[in-house]
Design a protein around this ligand. Structure first.
Ligand SMILES: [Zn+2]
Length: 444
């Protein structure tokens, strides 16, 4: 899990102030979470997925804190100085204020008293004041109906996800530098992805798009699309996508960009999902996609949506599943974040339910505050779209570094990747009609 940073700060203001307590609620029940929020002396709280921050009267909160799994305390806090920062995977620059808590896509920061909210930078970060009792992300299990049962007809499909095979593909992709500013090794990765898709019987295309080059002007790069044509509903499309480009801390370097976790993990995941689904001959069409140009501003996915608009095919797209960083877990407890717009809450909940039924070890957090990856262009085009990302991505020490290698993804990599892929496979089985028997939602 994302570590809580710097929880004790010196008193600098004289005003009467609250104490805030940060609780790890990964194993708390829904009743316990409510009790924490309504404990004696609590004046405000914010729920950030697996973290709950409660603030209020200092003496009372000392006892409340003793009851939960307490990660830390923040002394002498004025709620009005607190701000929430939503962070994208383009996060690098130092941000104003003190980082108090980081969880999933959010940072809770304390700004100097009386200062303005920093301006939001589209695609990079966005800021808002702490509202009254906010839930920014919620663990699915807290509201889940009891007794999730696997469907015996879907189990064999989910069982096809092979963690070792996926990780070997991650390793292969990470052997190439994949900065979108490069050419030779980026193209080698592109061609290898196409060959894997071809080998699975998909029709492969590599449509080009232009994006800004590192030194000005524009460059042309390619997405890779492997198309499965649905057996009975070929005009209903599902998109399964992940970016194959990578970067390191310099942003423009074309060497030392292994990008194993970000995002060979997701790209290899697209291929692994094709392997799981295709033997079941999906009724709907599926576009298995790997994008370039994500790290510079979602160019590949944006251009794909534009191409769908201009070809008139956008209406055929029913659902989209995007993966970005799916193979890192800071500890053996596996946590994943699924995010979309609130309009697609029932779609999000399908992933929580699938994890509960097929991968009970995976703790799914649901967020309706989407941000900063290849899901955004599809959401902007009003498509039912989800991003799957491990909850611990921002604490991955090798994130956007030349050391983002398969070995550095750590001992939990295969378990983490397989958990997200199995969850996605179960939902995609239903979405795509991947078996004559599985689909109940299509007219027979
Ligand atoms: Zn990424």
């Amino acid at each position: 899990m994302v570590p809580v940073l710097g929880l004790l700060f010196a008193l600098s203001a004289a005003a009467p102030q609250d104490r805030a307590v940060v609780l790890d609620i990964r194993t708390a029940s829904a009743v316990e979470v409510e009790q924490f929020k309504h404990g004696a002396g609590v004046r405000w709280w914010v729920e950030l997925g697996t973290r709950l921050v409660v603030g209020g009267e200092p003496a009372s909160l000392r006892t409340l804190a003793a009851r939960g799994s307490r990660l830390g305390e923040i002394e002498a806090i004025d709620k009005d100085d607190l701000a929430l920062r939503t962070i994208s995977c383009a996060l690098h620059e130092e941000a104003p204020g003190q980082l108090l808590v980081q969880s999933g896509r959010w940072q809770l920061r304390r700004l100097p008293a009386g200062t303005e909210l920093p301006p939001s930078q589209p695609g990079h970060d966005s800021w808002r004041r702490l509202g009254e009792n906010d839930i920014l992300a919620r663990q699915y299990r807290l509201d889940a109906p009891a007794g999730a049962m696997p469907d015996p007809l879907v189990v064999p499909l989910v069982a096809r996800i092979d963690a070792a095979r996926w990780f070997s593909d991650v390793t292969q992709l990470a052997s190439w530098d994949r900065s979108s500013y490069g050419t030779t090794s980026l193209n080698a990765a592109r061609d290898w992805i196409g060959l894997q898709m071809q080998g699975l019987g998909l029709a492969v295309t590599t449509p080009g798009f232009s994006m800004p080059g590192a030194g000005g002007g524009s460059i042309t790069r390619q997405n890779v699309i492997g198309t499965w044509t649905g057996t009975s509903l070929p005009n209903e499309w599902i998109v399964v996508g992940a970016h194959y480009d990578s970067r390191n801390s310099s942003g423009s370097s074309v060497t030392n960009t292994p990008g194993a976790e970000d995002n060979a993990s997701g790209c290899a995941g697209v291929i692994e999902l094709a392997r799981a689904l295709l033997p079941f001959k999906p009724r709907r069409s599926i576009l298995f996609m790997c994008y370039a140009g994500e790290e510079q501003g979602l160019y590949g996915s944006t251009r794909h949506v534009q191409a769908l608009q201009s070809s008139g095919d956008l209406a055929k797209v029913k659902s989209v599943v995007i993966m970005d960083m799916i193979g890192y877990s800071a500890d053996s407890q596996l946590d994943a974040l699924y995010e979309s717009e609130s309009a697609y809450l029932s779609y999000l909940n399908r992933f929580g339910a699938a994890a509960a039924a097929y991968v009970p070890a995976l703790n799914v957090t649901i967020s309706t505050n989407p941000f900063g990856s290849d899901h955004m262009p599809y959401l902007d085009a009003n498509k039912e779209t989800v991003l799957a990302i491990e909850s611990d991505w921002a604490s991955y020490p090798h994130y956007h570094r030349s050391t983002d290698t398969p070995a550095n993804m750590g001992v939990n990599a295969q378990a983490m990747g397989a958990a997200i892929l199995k969850t996605n496979a179960a939902v995609l089985a239903e979405l795509s009609g991947a078996s004559d028997r599985i689909f109940a939602d299509i007219a027979q």
